[in-house]
Write a protein that binds this ligand. Sequence first.
Ligand code: C2O
Ligand code: CU
Length: 467
Amino acid sequence: MTTRRHFLAGAASTGLLACGAGAAGAGRAPTLTAVAHRIQLVPEGNPTTEVWSYDAALPGPVIRLARGATLRRELLNALEVPTTVHWHGIRLPNAMDGVPGISQPAVAPGDRFLYDFTVPDPGTYWYHPHVRSWEQVARGLSGALVVEEEAPPEIDREEVLLLDDWRLGPDAQIEESFDSLHDRAHAGRIGNWITVNGRGEWTLSAGRNARLRLRLVNAATARIFSLGVQGMAGWVVALDGHALEVPQPLERLVLAPAQRADLIVDVIGPDAAEAGGEASAFLVSHERDGAFALVSVAIEGEARAERRGPPTPLEPGTVPPLGPLAEARRARLVMEGGAMGGLGSAMLGDEELALRELASRGKVWAFNGQSGVPEAPLLEARQGETVRVAIANRTRWPHAMHLHGHHFREIAEAGAAPGPLRDTLLVRPMAETEIAFVADNPGDWLFHCHMLAHAVGGMQSWIRVVS
Ligand code: C2O
Ligand code: CU
């Protein structure tokens, strides 16, 4: 801590606090500081935990903007390692995407970088580092980004709920097994302590028949949540930021790493008085050993006489509609490797390596026979072209595929209507599917598994959109 404090003081005195490029005129951008600190992550009476976070808050501050507004934040890196910020799901200019080696250099300890872009679409997004993300996100660097609709739905209360999964040792410290080859080859870094907004359980109170909007973010690096409600009923109204054309009645909701869902739910359980003063409405996570509460709602205070009617669809964003699929440019992504995957060999750079050799270099997965970011893009599209990418998961593991800079639709079943707009798609083990999108955002964009141990273990590719 001492060195870190000295370090910050040093940074101030050497002029590193000067405004970044583009800051002139519009006033200084607020700082977003990546920093290590200690918090009470596990219940009181246990040790505090050293985490990394933004602005020494866990999760990082909710950044809330109006649709079409400009997001300006100057990242100050107060960590002892390089970092960046990736604004997950926002369709932004390539230079603001936060990917070292593709869109910007990593921000060195003590340095700053100005992020400055407009947010075109309403919805629930999030931000996290893109440097050693499998470690930096797992240490706590994440926060929600909310872009408000011009005409938001009628609700009584909104909650942003960032779900996370921590792997803690018996001393309540984060286990430093980030580079575990076992995790890379299996389900990723699954933790042993789940939090909602940094707490073991999130509690609130609401009147009977109150309508809540829950903005869920899965910030875990590997855990797939299977969510449900008790004492509440409602709809999924948006996925990965974007409005569903028709709100879907909420039953079981699968939320893969990096995915978001907006729920509109009415609180309908028994009153706190009837429930003996206890909470009686819940958002629950279904785990192997049962369902347990992530959010508990005590139903008390002023009640509404009855429930509201079903919500109308949320305001749509500005993603262009798909062009004719038959004429679309096509690419194919074959996923191989992982435990029980039978991968014999793959290219790493321009060397063909047997699995044992790959594993000794931390690689256990391949896309189209190539492990790690390939030299050439998976596809190159002209700006505005509609593109289809067929995905074949020839592994025993689910993968949460994330495309930067764009939203796509799943077009798995021929003849069926395309799926909802998404930026992260859960591809089941051994499944074959296909996505389609309009390549309308020029630049080089990563396409990778958001099980972040899988990404570093080889599951990364990229696309190029040329204007
Ligand atoms: Cu949320 Cu490439 O990341
Ligand atoms: Cu994966």
